[in-house]
Ligand binder design. Structure first.
Ligand code: NAP
Length: 335
């Protein structure tokens, strides 16, 4: 891909999240002027973007609030809009289905409406999700929209996906969906299962915890490394015409495999003795297996993930070990 990005302007919603922070870094490195939408919190949470403060323009706004989105679009005058903000945790979506629908679903529609009236020459990326496939009939899953979501999060993402396609078809706007399978990193929120595992494994290794409590270990996901997926987001918006693309590694691994691999990184083979099962972590409906087919992204955008499963787990465990060592010195090494 030939970057001709200098002087371009990008607006990122969800800039404080895992993906938003990696994308902001990558766009700044390409010479973009980057604007990030930040919602008001009683205690601001700049952890993921602290190192970018000063180079990144922050704009107040909330996906609940149309006026704030239009103001952000007016002030940033974006060439590219990346809609990454969401209530993004599947588990919470069962307890907060209406908030999830409001932010993850209607929030995307509000931003599309804002684009239509304030930035109709911009290119719009919608962060769609493999959770839309849910109980899919076919595997691996490609760009065919054969969705059967199994959570309020998945339902909200399906709504946003179709809103994006509809704005593309109805108004001729440049709107593209990236249908990304799970992607993780050392910046993943601690409530997500991968990060919960690597954080606990680091603590157990350092003698700071004795147990990791999990729900079902059978679900299989296609896990990649987040910075490679934010690079894909950018590539999707460089395509001459707006189209939807899947991002995935093409490999599915179970949660149990993730746990085993994480303990292996700290030299613990008898991992089951450290793991408790709590049925309360099971969801009312779950997705057994998701595995993506990203051939279109490879052929058309030259995108291919390089970080594979064992390397992903190792990076996350090492980052959590380093973080834990900084905050508390080891008292006992379990290996
Ligand atoms: P994340 O770390 O949970 O970040 C979500 C972001 O949305 C945060 O910056 C959060 O701000 C912001 N946000 C939440 N509610 C908001 C609201 N009402 N108004 C404005 N901002 C709000 O998620 P991620 O992993 O980076 O994922 C980025 C996007 O890709 C999400 O839409 C997610 O659903 C989607 N996606 C992720 C994956 C994955 O595996 N990571 C896969 C497919 C799709 P605060 O910091 O203030 O909470």
């Amino acid at each position: 891909m030939t970057p001709s990005s200098a002087g371009k302007r990008a607006l990122i919603t969800g800039v404080t999240g895992q993906d938003g922070s990696f994308l902001a870094e990558q766009l700044l490195a390409k010479g973009y002027e980057v604007y990030g939408l930040v919602r008001r919190l009683s205690t601001p949470n700049p952890t993921n973007i602290r190192h970018l403060l000063g180079t990144l323009h922050l704009l107040d706004g909330d996906l609940h609030d149309q006026a704030s989105l239009e103001s952000a679009l007016r002030r940033s005058e974006p060439d590219e809009i990346y809609n990454l903000a969401a209530q993004s945790f599947v588990g919470v979506s069962f307890n907060q289905p209406v908030v999830t629908g409001e932010v993850t679903g209607l929030g995307a529609l509000r931003l599309l409406e804002g684009m239509r009236s304030r930035a109709d020459k911009a290119r719009f990326y919608q962060a769609s999700s493999s959770e839309m496939f849910g109980r899919a009939e076919h595997s691996p899953q490609d760009e065919s929209p054969e969705f059967h979501p199994r959570s309020p999060y998945g339902v909200a993402k399906v709504f946003a996906y179709h809103a994006a396609v509809n704005y593309r078809e109805s108004y001729g706007l440049y709107v593209a969906n990236g249908i990304l399978f799970n992607h993780e990193s050392e910046r993943r929120g601690l409530e997500f299962v991968t990060r919960k595992i690597t954080d606990a494994v680091a603590k157990i290794h350092l003698g700071l915890a004795s147990k990791l409590t999990l729900g079902p270990l059978d679900p299989r996901r296609d896990w990649g490394y987040a910075p490679e997926y934010t690079d894909l987001m950018w590539r999707i918006l460089q395509s001459p015409s707006p189209e939807d693309f899947v991002g995935a590694t093409g490999e599915a691994h179970s949660i149990e495999e993730f746990v085993r691999e994480a303990f292996r990184c700290v030299g613990i083979d008898d991992w089951p003795q450290y793991v408790d099962h709590d049925p309360r972590f099971a969801r009312p409906a779950d997705v057994d297996r998701l595995c993506g087919d990203a051939r279109k992204a490879k052929e058309r955008l030259g995108w291919e993930p390089k970080v594979r499963f064992p390397e992903l787990v190792r990076r996350m465990v090492e980052a959590d070990l380093a973080r834990q060592k900084l905050s508390a010195p080891p008292t006992h090494a379990a290996s």
